[in-house]
Design a protein around this ligand. Structure first.
Ligand SMILES: *[C@@H]1O[C@H](CO)[C@@H](O)[C@H](O)[C@H]1NC(C)=O
Ligand SMILES: *[C@@H]1O[C@H](CO)[C@@H](O)[C@H](O)[C@H]1NC(C)=O
Ligand SMILES: *[C@@H]1O[C@H](CO)[C@@H](O)[C@H](O)[C@H]1NC(C)=O
Ligand SMILES: *[C@@H]1O[C@H](CO)[C@@H](O)[C@H](O)[C@H]1NC(C)=O
Ligand SMILES: *[C@@H]1O[C@H](CO)[C@@H](O)[C@H](O)[C@H]1NC(C)=O
Ligand SMILES: [Cu+2]
Length: 639
């Protein structure tokens, strides 16, 4: 079986040579100016459909939403027809407003890099492959030689921007070479960089594994992570999540550990059941919403993947036709080391991204029914692809629904574009899902069953049939504890019915860095809130800041949405925390006012049974014990 990128002559360099950190010279840190109508209208295609909206210019192996209008796309070194600086382009800036792309110069080979955003707003692309020539074969020169002139990216740290002409730049070196590293943001806005191998390949092996973690900004020598020394070969791109306890969940191959990176210690919890979830088995993985109701406790969900024993990854058998797993499991590591099953996927899936919506539902899309990530020239490969039977139908998970009905594709229609290895997906500010990429080939190739794909699609979740709430008063910065803020919702924003205030919520979301079926950093927190309903049927949502713990939601850029009646506003970009890397200011949360409803609406048709019946059950309203009479008297003072 051939490696993901063939690299004859690999290991020609010693272990400790440089890997680059590329930074997109980005000023993405500052929150941009808000749109004229905060959270303005959204437009899209019919609900539940995919629409092809543009061309990515390069193959979208990695991407992230950098600003309200710009998605940054990063490819590997390959022969894309678009040229820049005398070589093919391997990166692009995609403008959502105009659905147009601009080529960018990415300065090292970012093949199978990881990425995430720092607490100061700078996005970093980390690690990569050696310089290559045609067909992904290692180049003669590691500092750049024709035809691709692509310096070694093994230690690259790259960073982007939004001024319309900036490029990626090299901001530093890692201590060790990393291909397929994972990158997790920490509670001080710095990054944990973990795992990978030195020279690439389909799976890891003892001769080139890098079973360590390091930090950016650097904090000294890499530290060995025992789980990474015990999980060969399917332990590239370990699945990592910072937990509210400020420890990191590390799931890789069949094993699971909790890493206390502050102490340099880790311990094991249960093995994951049913299937390998890491690359190349490539399950979908997502942290479920952190909410007041669940006390901001983290539950991570893993869906799909492949049931393949560790000794079967390097034998030559037709892995491309091996059926993928349907299993879907959850883990709440700060409470328990045991996995629990939720409803299985309707069909087995490998490489199915799990994308969180502002409503708290999760959409699974992309991927295939058989095989795994990776590619090679094996006789059984489909073209070069190690996966087959593309799955074009998205499916949505509703964690509140009873067992047996958690997954649904009601009202959805399938895509027409196959999204195999090296495809990507991300939530957009308007609540649609951007889907692009797919290139299970060593170089640009349109003469195979699974081609190098440039088509960009959007998928429109159910709320695209509704008018969007247009909240006023959303902040551009949200801190940890201290004073909150008030958001005004018009009667129209409440869909003309004050009963919708009861479940209205404000959520802070980070879309993450999408690559290899992961969205590194993807996370959503619901803020605590209470409300005042005015006599004219409009309302004010009183919102707390984020909980006073940056490990619940790391500092850095994010998007904020107001969700009413299962319909989100259009998200606006905010800065979470101080905007600086370092210990974040944390204050005790200011108490929220008691929820009140204007007297004229209490007992009215709309404010009557539907609202009053729910008051006492509302877990978000601190200290609320009053009955209707109490509410009415409190209202007198306010309205
Ligand atoms: C964020 O911090 C990194 C690491 O110190 C630095 O390279 C980058 O320039 C900083 N970005 C901003 C916007 O200050
Ligand atoms: C919520 O979680 C915090 C720790 O993050 C804990 O101290 C507190 O007791 C929990 N509250 C409840 C009601 O479980
Ligand atoms: C597959 O790749 C190997 C290693 O590069 C090469 O030796 C072999 O000739 C290739 N086989 C085919 C059928 O292309
Ligand atoms: C999710 O499930 C709950 C419980 O069945 C239901 O009330 C709610 O409407 C569902 N949400 C969506 C968006 O389907
Ligand atoms: C309000 O609720 C009461 C008690 O359930 C009911 O008798 C009354 O008809 C309701 N009023 C309106 C306007 O619906
Ligand atoms: Cu890859």
């Amino acid at each position: 079986m051939l490696p993901c990128s063939r690299a004859p002559g690999r290991r020609s360099r010693p272990f400790a040579t440089a890997a680059a950190l590329l930074v997109y010279a980005a000023s993405t840190g500052a929150a941009g100016s808000p749109p004229a109508v905060p959270g303005g209208p959204a437009s899209g295609g019919p609900v539940g459909t995919f629409q092809i909206v543009g061309d990515s210019m390069v193959s979208a192996q990695q991407l992230f939403v950098g600003t309200a209008d710009k998605v940054y796309i990063v490819d590997k070194t390959e022969n894309n027809p678009t040229q820049i600086q005398g070589h093919p382009a391997w990166a692009a800036e995609y403008a959502l407003g105009s659905n147009s792309a601009r080529a960018m110069d990415v300065v090292t080979n970012s093949f199978c890099a990881g990425g995430n955003v720092l607490g100061n707003g700078t996005w970093v692309n980390i690690g990569g492959n050696q310089a290559v020539t045609t067909g992904g074969v290692t180049a003669a020169s590691q500092t750049g030689s024709p035809p691709y002139n692509d310096p070694d990216g093994g230690k690259s740290l790259l960073d982007p921007c939004d001024d319309g002409n900036c490029d990626w730049s090299l901001t530093g070196d890692l201590a060790t070479r990393r291909w397929y590293p994972s990158v997790e943001a920490l509670d001080d806005g710095s990054l944990l960089i973990i795992g990978g191998c030195e020279w690439g390949g389909f799976v890891n092996d003892a001769a080139q594994t890098n079973p360590t973690y390091e930090f950016f900004p650097p904090r000294g020598n890499p530290v060995t992570s025992p789980i990474l020394t015990q999980t060969l070969p399917a332990n590239l791109y370990p699945l990592t999540f910072l937990l509210p306890s400020a420890r990191v969940l590390v799931q890789t191959n069949w094993q699971t550990a909790i890493l206390d990176y502050k102490k340099g210690t880790e311990y094991r919890i249960d093995d994951v059941p049913d299937a390998v979830r890491t690359y190349p088995a490539s399950a979908g993985v997502v942290m479920m919403p952190l909410t007041p109701k669940n006390n901001w406790t983290a539950t991570v969900m893993f869906c799909g993947g492949q049931n393949i024993a560790s000794n079967r990854w390097v034998t030559n058998w037709n892995i491309a036709q091996h059926p993928a797993s349907q299993s879907c499991v959850q883990l709440t590591p700060d409470l328990s080391g045991a996995y629990t099953h939720v409803d299985p996927l309707p069909e087995g899936r490998t490489m199915g991204n799990l994308i969180l919506l502002p409503t708290g539902q999760v959409v699974c899309l992309n991927g295939a029914g058989t095989g795994v990530a990776g590619y090679g020239n094996d006789s059984w490969a489909v073209g070069w692809s190690y996966a087959d039977h593309p799955l074009l139908f998205p499916v949505m998970f509703n964690g509140s629904a009873p067992p047996g009905s958690q997954w649904s594709r009601e009202g959805f229609t399938p895509s027409t574009v196959e999204r195999m290895y090296h495809s990507t997906a991300t939530l957009l500010p308007d609540g649609s899902i951007l889907v692009t990429g797919s290139n299970p080939n060593p170089d640009y190739n349109v003469n195979v069953p699974y081609v190098t794909e440039y088509r960009v699609e959007k998928f429109y979740p159910p709320y695209f049939s509704s008018r969007r709430p247009q909240p006023a008063g959303l902040p551009l910065q949200v801190g940890y504890g201290g004073d909150g803020f008030d958001v005004t919702l018009s009667k129209d924003d409440l869909f003309g019915d004050i009963k919708h205030i009861e479940h209205a919520k404000v959520v802070v979301m980070r879309m993450g860095f999408s690559t290899h079926t992961m969205n590194m950093g993807q996370r959503m927190v619901e803020l605590e809130s209470s409300y005042t309903v005015n006599s004219d049927g409009s309302a004010i949502l009183h919102c707390s800041s984020l909980p006073p713990n940056p490990a619940i939601f790391q500092p850095g850029p994010a998007f904020i949405y107001v969700v009413v009646n299962h319909v989100p506003s259009v998200g606006i970009q905010i800065m979470v925390g101080s905007g600086q890397i370092g210990q974040q200011p944390v204050k005790p949360p200011a108490p929220l006012p008691t929820s009140v409803i204007a007297k004229n609406l209490v007992g009215s048709e709309k404010g009557n049974a539907s609202v009053s019946g729910a008051w006492q059950a509302n877990p978000r309203v601190r200290g609320w014990t009053g009955l209707v009479a109490g509410v009415v008297s409190a209202m007198m003072a306010l309205v």
